[in-house]
Write a protein that binds this ligand. Structure first.
Ligand SMILES: [Zn+2]
Length: 164
C-alpha cells in the first residue's frame, strides 16, 4: 500500500517537472466546481505540448490522483516560473473547438467528438484540451498573471524549450 502511494507521488512529481520545464503556462480544469463522481475525463492542457500525445498520460493521471498532480504542478511551477491557471470545466467536453457550437450530442462517446454543426471530428480528450488551453490563455492574457509571474519568477536555467 505504501509502495503504491510512493510510486504515485514519484510519477506525479516527474510528470509535473516535465510539464513545467517545457511550458510557461499550464491550464487545468478547476474540478472543485464539478461533481467528481460524475466526471468522466479530466484534462491537462499545456501549450507547446502535443495534446494528442498527452491523452494517454491524462488517463493514467486520472487513475493515479488528479489532486496530487495539481499539487505537484503548483510546486514545480515555483521553480520554473510557470503559471498554473485553472479554468471552469463547464462544457469543455461538449463545445466544438472549431466552431464553438456547444451540445451534449457533440460528444458521441467517451473517445469520439463529432460536432453536429460543422462536422469537426477529434478525439474527445483532444477537443476538450484545446478548449481548456484557449480558456487558460484568455485568462492569463487579460488577468494579472503575467505580473505576478514576473515577480515570483526564479532563475529558469533548468527550463528549456519553454513556449509562452
Ligand atoms: Zn463545430
Amino acid at each position: 500500500m505504501g509502495r503504491v502511494t510512493d510510486r504515485r507521488g514519484d510519477f506525479c512529481a516527474w510528470t509535473a517537472n516535465r510539464i513545467t520545464a517545457r511550458n510557461a503556462l499550464v491550464v487545468l480544469e478547476d474540478l472543485k466546481t464539478r461533481n467528481m463522481s460524475a466526471s468522466t475525463s479530466h484534462t491537462v492542457a499545456a501549450p507547446g505540448v502535443n495534446v494528442a500525445q498527452k491523452r494517454g498520460l491524462n488517463r493514467v493521471i486520472l487513475d493515479k490522483g488528479w489532486h496530487r498532480l495539481e499539487l505537484a504542478l503548483t510546486s514545480a511551477a515555483r521553480y520554473t516560473g510557470s503559471v498554473v491557471a485553472k479554468v471552469s470545466p463547464a462544457y469543455t467536453s461538449q463545445q466544438c473547438h472549431a466552431c464553438k457550437h456547444t451540445a451534449p450530442e457533440n460528444r458521441e462517446s467517451q473517445a469520439v467528438f463529432r460536432c453536429r454543426a460543422c462536422g469537426h471530428t477529434a478525439h474527445a480528450d483532444v477537443n476538450a484540451a484545446l478548449n481548456i488551453k484557449a480558456a487558460g490563455l484568455a485568462v492569463s492574457a487579460c488577468g494579472d498573471l503575467g505580473i505576478s509571474r514576473s515577480l515570483k519568477q526564479e532563475p529558469v536555467s533548468r527550463a528549456t524549450g519553454r513556449n509562452p
